[in-house]
Design a protein around this ligand. Structure first.
Ligand SMILES: Cc1ncc(COP(=O)(O)O)c(C=O)c1O
Length: 416
C-alpha cells in the first residue's frame, strides 16, 4: 500500500547535506543583527534581507512595542471580520501614497500577497511569468484558473512571442519580480512595459526586494526606471527593507477593493499583527526621511561585489546588494558555506530548485548597518576559503570588470 508520507527528498543537494553533516538551514539564532550568534558562535550576518538594517532600529522596535502594548499580540481574526486595526488603515494609506497608487491593502505575509494574484486569473486569462520569479508568484498563478506561460529569465523576445501567440480575446497579465531574489539583477521593466502596451497586457511587479531600496525615494524598480505609471499592480513585503513582517498590494482603488473581497489568502487568514503594522509605519518614516541609508547599502554592496570580483569570484548579473557568488556544484557550495561559517561568516547556500541545477551559489547580502570592518572580514574569509577550495585562483587575477551598481536612476522613455 503506498504511504503518502514515504517520500525521499528529490534534491541531491539535500542528500549531500545530510551525508556531509553540513547544516546551512534552520539554524537557530540566539542573537541577530549584522552580528549574529548560532550555538554561541559569533558570526557576521551576510545572509539577511534587512537591507536597510531597520529590523533592529530602536525607532522601529519602540513602535512595535507600543503597538503590542496597545493592541495585544494577535488580531485573532481575518481583516474582513475583526482583524482590521486603525494601524492597518493608516499603513495602507501611507503605502498607497508612497508607491504612487490609488489604494493599497496589507496582508499577513508577502507570500500571501502574491497568492492573491490568483483572484485575477479566470479560465479566459493568461499569465506570463519570468522563469526566475519567486515561488509565491508561481504559486499565485497556479492557484488561479488561467494558463501560465513562462519565459526564460529576462528573455524579452520570448515574452513577446508568447504574447503575440496568445488569443487576442484572452486577458493578459505579465508577472515579474522587480529585483530577482537570487540573481540580484533587475527585471527589464522598460521592455516589459512597452510589450504590455503593445499587447494590451497588465503588469504586476513584485517589489519584495526593491521597495525601500531602489529609486531616489526608495519606491522601487518602477521609480528606478522612471516608470511609476507603467506598473498596474505592485506587490511587496514588509519583511525586507521595512524590517518588519507582512505584505502589501497597491494599485487602482477598484482593483484593491476587488481583492479585499476575493483574494482568499487575505480573506481567510488572520490579519498582520499590530506590532508588525506599527513597525512597518515607523520603517516607512525612515525610508522616506533617510535616503543616506540607500546610499550606504549601495556603497557597501559595490565594495563587496568588486572585492569578490577582484579575488576572481563571479557575482553574475547582479547590480544590487543581493550578491550571488556563483559556485556551480552543489556539494562544493555546501563545503564553502561550512568553511565560511567556521571562519565566522553566515551566508545563504542556494541550490536547485531555488536556482537551476548545477548553478549553486552563495547568496551574500549587504545591509546599511554593516560596518566597513565587517565587510573587510567577509572579503578576507572569502579569499581564504575560496583559495583553499579552489573556487578562485591562488593569486588575484590581473583585472576584473567592476559592477555597475543600480544606484543611479535610469530614466527611460516608453512609447504609449
Ligand atoms: C521576491 C519575493 N517575493 C515574495 C516573498 C515573500 O515575502 P514574505 O517573506 O514576506 O512572505 C519573498 C520572500 O523571500 C521574495 O523574495
Amino acid at each position: 500500500m503506498p504511504d503518502v508520507f514515504r517520500k525521499q527528498s528529490p534534491h541531491a543537494f539535500y542528500r549531500a547535506m545530510v551525508e556531509s553533516g553540513t547544516r546551512p538551514y534552520y539554524r537557530a539564532l540566539s542573537m541577530r543583527g549584522t552580528e549574529a550568534a548560532v550555538e554561541g558562535k559569533r558570526l557576521i550576518m551576510v545572509g539577511c534581507n534587512d537591507y536597510l538594517g531597520l529590523s533592529t532600529d530602536p525607532r522601529v522596535v519602540a513602535a512595535a512595542s507600543a503597538a503590542l502594548g496597545r493592541f495585544g499580540a494577535s488580531c485573532s481574526g481575518s481583516r474582513a471580520l475583526n482583524g482590521t486595526l486603525t494601524l492597518h488603515e493608516e499603513l495602507e494609506g501611507r503605502l498607497a501614497e508612497f508607491l504612487g497608487q490609488e489604494a493599497a491593502v496589507v496582508t499577513t505575509t508577502g507570500f500571501q500577497t502574491n497568492l492573491a494574484i490568483a483572484a485575477f486569473l479566470g479560465t479566459n486569462d493568461a499569465a506570463f511569468g519570468d522563469m526566475s520569479n519567486h515561488a509565491s508568484l508561481v504559486d499565485g498563478i497556479r492557484l488561479g484558473f488561467g494558463t501560465h506561460h513562462r519565459y526564460r529569465h529576462s528573455d524579452m523576445d520570448q515574452l513577446e512571442s508568447l504574447l503575440r501567440a496568445a488569443d487576442p480575446g484572452v486577458g493578459k497579465l505579465i508577472v515579474t519580480d522587480g529585483l530577482f531574489s537570487m540573481g540580484g539583477d533587475l527585471c527589464r521593466l522598460p521592455e516589459i512595459v512597452a510589450l504590455a502596451r503593445r499587447y494590451e497586457a497588465r503588469v504586476v511587479v513584485d517589489g519584495a526586494h526593491d521597495i525601500g531600496l531602489l529609486g531616489a525615494g526608495g519606491r522601487g524598480v518602477a521609480e528606478h526606471f522612471g516608470l511609476m505609471d507603467g506598473v498596474d499592480l505592485v506587490t511587496g513585503t514588509l519583511s525586507k527593507c521595512f524590517g518588519s513582517s507582512g505584505g502589501m498590494l497597491a494599485g487602482p482603488r477598484n482593483v484593491i477593493d476587488y481583492l479585499r473581497y476575493t483574494a482568499r489568502s487575505l480573506l481567510f487568514s488572520a490579519a498582520m499583527p499590530a506590532a508588525a503594522a506599527a513597525a512597518g509605519l515607523a520603517a516607512l518614516d525612515i525610508i522616506e526621511s533617510e535616503p543616506d541609508r540607500r546610499q550606504r547599502v549601495f556603497d557597501l554592496a559595490e565594495r563587496l561585489h568588486n572585492g569578490l570580483r577582484a579575488l576572481g569570484y563571479d557575482t553574475g548579473e547582479s547590480v544590487t546588494p543581493v550578491i550571488p557568488v556563483h559556485v556551480g556544484d552543489a556539494e562544493l557550495c555546501l563545503r564553502a558555506w561550512q568553511e565560511l561559517f567556521d571562519a565566522g561568516v553566515f551566508t545563504n547556500a542556494v541550490a536547485a530548485p531555488a536556482v537551476p541545477r548545477g548553478r549553486a551559489l552563495l547568496r551574500v547580502t549587504a545591509q546599511a548597518t554593516h560596518t566597513d570592518d565587517q565587510v573587510t572580514q567577509v572579503l578576507d574569509a572569502f579569499a581564504l576559503v575560496g583559495r583553499r577550495l579552489g573556487l578562485i585562483p591562488k593569486a588575484a587575477p590581473d583585472g576584473y570588470e567592476p559592477v555597475l551598481i543600480a544606484r543611479q536612476r535610469r530614466s527611460v522613455e516608453v512609447a504609449r
